[in-house]
Each structure stands twice: as structure tokens, then as C-alpha cells.
Design a protein around this ligand. Structure first.
Ligand SMILES: O=C(O)CCCC[C@@H]1SC[C@@H]2NC(=O)N[C@@H]21
Length: 245
């Protein structure tokens, strides 16, 4: 099946997410269409950030997934599914990565990849996810980004990164097509098993205030559940808290 899926390869584009969103609004785009760019001139990250990716040394691609009406109670279930699919794919290439809440892909405590999931209604009005994925592959230094890392810096030298990209796509599709209440519970368990600092003390920042806490879990809506030093338990949304170290 996967051989018949559409892959659009572009030499350069502003952002594969923006491109795929535009196409999806204008015309019918088949489910699981993938757009891969060798270079992004205006890559976008979470919360309005810029995603910098060195041309020829990074994977930057977006996948269209039509949102099933009743499959996910919360969009966070889909976010976990995508993170776990990437984590499992990297495992196949010999890298034991972690996920930093909510969905950064980490290796050796540094950021290896990021996910930007956007939603829109397609040209027929169907709710649709655009799953944007960026992975650092061959960079050997990150002068301006000291908290970033690449597959190469973690000893994984991939000759053809499109094989990794298609593996990630196929993992996402497999988990997505087989998803049920039971399989989503298993995905949640996997997510927590590779969640950075899960049940371990770490330093967090809220409103310029630093404090120690540990992750007790993640709520169904995707909020981070922290246990503070005084045993108080609080939930935080993505814009409210930052893990410092
Ligand atoms: O901030 C993050 O961690 C998310 C980064 C997502 C980057 C990818 S690269 C392919 C796709 N196109 C974009 O403009 N962004 C995503």
C-alpha cells in the first residue's frame, strides 16, 4: 500500500507545512500525502518559533492525515502517536531517543527533532492534520544552537535519509490505522516510558519562578502533571511551563 502513496519532493520551499496547507485548501490532496523539501527558507516551529535546518543535512517533511471523526478523544492522543512513531523509527536505525514533553525528540539530552501538528479543514470541509517533522541528520556542529544535536553526532550515519523519512511515515500510518482505545493506551504507556525526566526531579520555570518538581504524568488533554516539592500536584499547559534542566 505504502508504495502507492504520494510523495512530493521539492528542492526548496518556505515551509512544507505551509505548502501542504495551501494545497489542501485549494484542491483534493490524498490521505497520507507527504511533502519533502531539501531546503526550507522559512521553516516554522512550535509557538511561532523559526525552525532552522541546514540544507542537505536535515530532514524536513510534512504528512497529511485526515482526522477521523471519532478516533481520538483528544488531539494529544494523535500527538503522542506521532512522537512514538518517530521514537520507534529511530530505534530501528540504532538510536535510543527520548521525548521531551509535549513532543520534542531528544538524544543525549539535546534536541534532535521537532514536530509541528497543525489543523485545517480541507477543500471539502473535512478536518485534517498537517504533521510537520524536522530531524537533524548530518550536522556536525550547532554553533548557534548549543542545545541541538543530530543523528551523526549520536553515532548514526545515515546515507539516504529518505529511508528514515518513509519509515517514520509508515510507522505513523500503521499506528494510526490500527488505533483503538486499547492501542492508544499502549501508545500512552510507550510515550511515558521514553518521556524525559518522567518521575525524576528536574527544574521548571513558571512566570520567571524556578522550582523543583517531578513529572507524575500527562493529562488526557496533554497537560504536564507536576508534583511540587511540597507535594502539591498541578497541571500546566505548553505555554505555562518550561523544563530548565
Ligand atoms: O518547534 C518544533 O519543535 C517543531 C519543528 C517542526 C519543524 C518541521 S520541518 C517540516 C515542517 N515544516 C515546517 O515549517 N515546520 C515543520
Amino acid at each position: 500500500m505504502s508504495n502507492k502513496l504520494t510523495v512530493i519532493k521539492l528542492n526548496a520551499i518556505d515551509s512544507t507545512n505551509s505548502f501542504l496547507k495551501q494545497q489542501t485548501k485549494q484542491t483534493f490532496v490524498a490521505n497520507f500525502t507527504l511533502v519533502h523539501a531539501l531546503e526550507q527558507t522559512a521553516g516554522r516551529g512550535q509557538m511561532g518559533a523559526t525552525w532552522l535546518a541546514e540544507a542537505g543535512k536535515s530532514l524536513t517533511f510534512s504528512l497529511l492525515v485526515r482526522k477521523p471523526v471519532e478516533k481520538f478523544k483528544h488531539d494529544f492522543e494523535f500527538q503522542m502517536l506521532v512522537s512514538v512513531a518517530i521514537q520507534q523509527s529511530l530505534n530501528k536505525f540504532g538510536l535510543a531517543s527520548e521525548i521531551k514533553w509535549p513532543n520534542d525528540i531528544m538524544a543525549g539530552g539535546r534536541k534532535l527533532g521537532g514536530i509541528l501538528i497543525e489543523q485545517l479543514n480541507d477543500n471539502q470541509g473535512n478536518p485534517t492534520f498537517i504533521v510537520g517533522i524536522g530531524i537533524n541528520v548530518k550536522q556536525s556542529n550547532f554553533n548557534e544552537l548549543p542545545s541541538a544535536t543530530s543523528l551523526l553526532l549520536n553515532g548514526v550515519d545515515i546515507e539516504d535519509d529518505t529511508i528514515l523519512m518513509l519509515e517514520i511515515r509508515d510507522q505513523i500510518i500503521e499506528l494510526f490505522e490500527n488505533s483503538s482505545a486499547e492501542s492508544l493506551a499502549i501508545i500512552r504507556t510507550k510515550y511515558l516510558s521514553v518521556l524525559m525526566k518522567y518521575q525524576k526531579p528536574a527544574v521548571y520555570q513558571v512566570n520567571n519562578l524556578l522550582f523543583n518538581a517531578l513529572i507524575l504524568g500527562v493529562s488526557p488533554e496533554g497537560k504536564l502533571v507536576l508534583q511540587h516539592e511540597n507535594d502539591e500536584i498541578r497541571e500546566y499547559g505548553i505555554k505555562e511551563v518550561k523544563m530548565m534542566y
